[in-house]
Structures are given as structure tokens and as C-alpha cells.
Design a protein around this ligand. Sequence first.
Ligand code: BES
Ligand code: ZN
Length: 463
Amino acid sequence: MSILEDVLAHVDANIEQSLDRMATLVRFQSISTDPAYKDECRKAADYLSDELNSIGITTTVRDTTGHPMVVGHDSDEAAKPGPHVLFYGHYDVQPVDPIDLWDADPFDPKIEERNGTKVMVGRGTSDDKGQLLTFVEACRAYKAVAGSLPIAVSILFEGEEESGSPSLLPFLNENKDELSKDLALVCDTGMFNADTPAITTMLRGLLGEEIVITAANRDLHSGMYGGPAANPIKILSKILADLHDETGRVTIPGFYDGVEELSPAIKAQWDALPFDAEGFLGDIGLSVPAGEDGYSTYEMINARPTCEFNGITGGYSGDGFKTVIASKASAKLSCRLVGGQDPHALRKALRAFVRERVPADCQVDFIEHGAAPAHSLSPDFPPLQKGTQALKEEWNKDAILMGMGGSIPIVGEFKDILGMDSMLIGFALDDDNIHSPNEKYNITSYHKGIRSWVRVLSALAES
Ligand code: BES
Ligand code: ZN
């Protein structure tokens, strides 16, 4: 047998241990956005660092002003063929609420059958703990069988991806020389469907913003003050409603600067994909596409910008009823960006749009929640060929180059600060419930994901 086949056989023989390690990582409650889980974030980082060190990747946990970074370099210094890669993943997860919609404890992962498929259920199983471990486990198997990795490997795990990566920019700037490699590999995206592998070459960017409107200096009785007293919920909801016109377009001046229509070639290619728009909405209990008039569901997710409202607060929302006029109301917004849309220019434009609509004696404050431009990689980028070939060998099916609607802010920073392109290979599925209750990762995604990285590492070593 070839070394590659031996390594793959080792992956198969040790899949139970690999699954145990995944469960261990999922048990850390590393919710980055909530300060109550700060220690859990550090514990997850420490665990990963220990695991990497144990397989000969010399790793340290580095402090930042937020959650720590995990940085490792393969200690094997022999000269290697192929590119020196930097593998990226994130060990932080989204909050679990609404907790009562989970069938079990989100941080006590269990393997179970769902619709005839074996899955591990738990927060972060798919996004991104299971995914990042596919690469670690591939390295582990390679080292165990061949004694060394076929190419030079460094690792960066972040703990703030789900909360806009605030510490990332300074960290990359301070550690440019150490982290600039030939190519970044990222495992934080999905497949086209359960048996069709994919490399994501387009991701949307993101602008996160919170708007807080303050009117009176205290909460008021709505009978005593209702009428003359400005109501911040009314002001806020009017502003939010104004952000889209009746065709679903965003009304912020300049919002569409840098957005291009799809080329006829890409449009034809996308129209030919076996994407089931009705099923996509049907799976989440919907049937009528919302969003911009004149665009297909697939196009809306992958190539159109959006402005979505992610949370809204103000007044009394507990049980029962209270006749109150709140002093404050707030909303959290995220815009997904495409093409050349500039997140910083858009933040300014959004703030101006809001300010213009706030009455003179009310106050508006803004809280920034991250900014990242969209990402796109030319289909001619040479490593893509090796990646698609390796995936095809594992899945017995051509890998698709595709877009995904989510954002991974670091991909833009890798390019801008470290001058490094990223190849995004992931094994998540649309029905993994990422960011939702009952998140899961298919055991097949994990197992074949590990095997896929073994093949990608091997392919990258070939000239
Ligand atoms: N893994 C996702 C990104 C993703 C989702 C890629 C779906 C492809 C398809 C990532 O962890 C994520 O959720 N990112 C956040 C970033 C934000 C908080 C800055 C996102 O997209 O909302
Ligand atoms: Zn993720």
C-alpha cells in the first residue's frame, strides 16, 4: 500500500478516538460574545494547544485583548515540497439561546441518528469545532503513519470569529512574519450537498452595527406622557422600515456602489446547478421567497447584498402587559456585502441615514460589531485544481466551486495584511443548524472530512 492509503486506513481504524476528541472539544462552553464564558474560551484554547503539541506541532496560546489565539508550527524542520500552509479555524461558538428549543444539553454532545444519518449533536459540532478537528486529525494520522507531514504546516485558531474578530487585526499586524505563509487553508464552510464536495470561492462580507435610540430620561407611564413624549420604539421601527423599499432593495444612499450584476456565464452556470429553491425554503417551513424582486434564491444568498435585523429590544417584553413608554430602544443589524462594497463607507452611510431620522431632542448611539469586505478567488488559482482533485478522489464526485452566503472576516485580512490567498474547504451541510438549536455535524462529514484533508495535504506536496 502507498503511504497515502496507509494514512487513510489509520484514519478509519482510529475514528472512534477522533470522535471522542471532538466531543471533548465541544464540551467547552466557548461562547465568545458572552463575557461569562471567558474562562471556557481559554480552556478550549489550552486543550487545542495541548493536542497540537502532543502530535509534534509546537503550539502556544497567545493573549490578546479578547480571547486567546492558538498558534502552532510543525516542529519537523526537514525541507518540504509544496506550499507552506497556514490552517485556520475558530474554537468559539455562538450562544445557545433559545435553550428550551434544544432536545438536550448543547455542551454534552451525543452521537445519535437523525433522519437515518449518524450525527453528533451539540453547539459548535459543525461551526467550527468538528470542522477544525478534521484537519488536526488528518495531521495526527499522517504523523502516526508516515512520521511527518508531507508539506510544511502552521496553525492559527481564533476564539472570536463569532463575535466579529475584534482582536484579529492587531494580532495579524503584530505577527505578520510568523503567520505569512504561501497559502491559507480554512475549514469553516460547507459542501454543495451531502455527497457533493465543494470549495467555496466566494463569501459575502459583513457590516455589523447596533443602533441605540434614547428619548426621555426615564421610562414613562404611557397614559401620562403618551402623545407628547417621543417614543424610541416608534422612531426606531420607522427607521428600520425605511431601510428597504417595496421591491426589497436597501435604501441607504450608495449601498449598491461596487455591487455588480452576475456575468451571463456565471448566471448560466448557477441556473444549471441542481439547487432546489423550494426545498431550501421548505426545509425551514417557508414557501414565499422574500428579499429583492427579480433575483433567484440562489443568487440572493451568494451574490446579492442584504441588510438584516438580528435583534430588537425596548420597553416591556416580559409576560403580561405594561403600559410604558421606554426611554431606550435598540436594534442589531448585519449587512452582508458582495463585490467591492466598502464596509467602512457603508457604516458611515448607515449612520447618516439613521441620524437624519432621529428627532432633535432624542439621542442616537452606535456600537460597531465588525466589518469585512466580500471575498472571491479566481477559479484559475492553481491550488484549487489540487484541492478539487483530492476531493473528487475522496467523494467520487466532482467538487463544485461555489459561493456561500456567510462571512469569514479573516479571509479578507489574510489577503490584505498577510498577502495570502485562502482555499476554503468545508464539510458542513445546510441542515447542520449552525447558529440554531440542535446544531449537528454528520459523522460522515467528520470522517470523510479527515480523509479529505489527508488527500489535500498529499496533493499539495506534489509538484
Ligand atoms: N462558519 C460560519 C460562516 C459560514 C456560514 C460560511 C455559512 C459559509 C456558510 C462562520 O462561523 C460565521 O457564522 N461567521 C459569522 C461572522 C460574523 C459573526 C462576523 C457570520 O457569517 O455571521
Ligand atoms: Zn464558523
